[in-house]
Design a protein. Structure first.
Length: 324
């Protein structure tokens, strides 16, 4: 399986990978992933991290060394498609964007032996969640008509991993992605001001200095910068829920069972929300207004979403206790 993409996309493919692992055995799988993504699989699923400098023929040679019967191309990057095309596997299976990208569709038809049609246009409504896309692709390759995706997996955490269901702390993902569309740094400050004082603020190592510069003194003690993915996931699992702009953080939370308030840009939401919303966890979707001067409205929408999610969580907790 060729999966040369970022964190969120890699996690969204784990239900399909989990199905394959159970169907053919982990020893008969090889997942090619981007640098750092091997942390998802640990020693449970064989994988190789592929350097951005590795050429298409080198990737094809890696595949041929494994000698697969089938290569599933989950990535839509040309490098992944061409590498699969160059390898000697008899079946090369991937996505075909059809009329939404006609030139690319012609290229895909040349590179792949079996294709799953999927509309890939931000102006269209999404028919499938991303998890469903990968599961349907695998199902088509194995002639398995009814393949439904289970939850996301961080294989390296093992089946015994448990999240803290009794936690009351709230998580907030600090990332520059909040500022896309012309929004200012005051966006982050304004949202944080509306959240509880003890909110845990997650930040990637590369953005820690930036976060510390902008955060008031009272908030800095709640800043969490985990050195690796598994430590970060374990910290997120200790949260009652996570508030984040739509990014890989939402899918890490999903993988450990943490509910999410997921913020999507209002523009093109008919395509992005059905395709990338949190999968199989309680969540609320918030649409971020297109105009950068609508911070008060964004804060109101997040507050409504938090209140709605709290009601769901309180109901689930009550149901749990009544069953006991």
């Amino acid at each position: 399986m060729v999966r040369l993409d970022a964190l969120g996309d890699t996690l969204l493919s784990t239900p399909a990978i989990d199905f394959l692992k159970e169907r053919v055995g982990a020893e008969n799988l090889l997942i090619l992933v981007s640098p750092g993504m091997g942390e998802i699989f640990g020693s449970v699923v064989p994988h190789r991290e592929i350097s951005p400098k590795m050429g298409e023929q080198e990737i094809a040679d890696l595949l041929d060394e494994f000698a697969p019967d089938i290569v599933f191309v989950f990535s839509e990057k040309k490098r992944a498609l061409r590498a699969a095309h160059l390898c000697k596997a008899s079946q090369k299976i991937g996505f075909d964007p059809g009329w939404s990208q006609p030139l690319r569709s012609l290229e895909v038809k040349r590179f792949l032996t079996l294709r799953f049609s999927i509309i890939n246009s931000l102006d269209s409504n999404s028919r499938y969640h991303e998890v469903e896309r990968y599961c349907r692709l695998v199902g088509k390759g194995l002639s398995h008509k009814f393949l439904n995706g289970a939850g996301l997996r961080l294989f390296a955490l093992g089946d015994q991993f448990q999240r803290d269901h009794n936690s009351t702390r709230l998580g907030f993902q600090w990332t520059r992605k909040w500022l896309q569309g012309g929004w200012s740094e005051e966006t982050l400050a304004g949202i944080l001001e509306a959240l509880p004082e003890d909110t845990v603020i997650f930040v990637a190592p590369g953005e820690k200095d930036w976060a510390e510069r902008l955060l008031p003194e009272s908030r800095r003690s709640h800043l969490v910068c985990s050195p690796n993915l598994l430590d970060y996931a374990a910290e997120v699992a200790r949260c009652r829920y996570l508030v984040t702009i739509d990014t890989g953080a939402a899918h890490v939370a999903t993988a450990v069972g943490t509910p999410v308030v997921d913020i999507f840009p209002e523009a093109k939401a008919q395509h992005t929300v059905p395709r990338w919303r949190p999968w199989m966890v309680p969540h609320q979707v918030v649409l971020k207004p297109s105009a950068p001067d609508e911070l008060p409205e964004l804060i109101r929408r997040i507050a409504r979403a938090r209140a709605a999610l709290e009601k769901v969580l309180e109901w689930k907790q009550g149901l749990h206790f009544s069953q006991r």
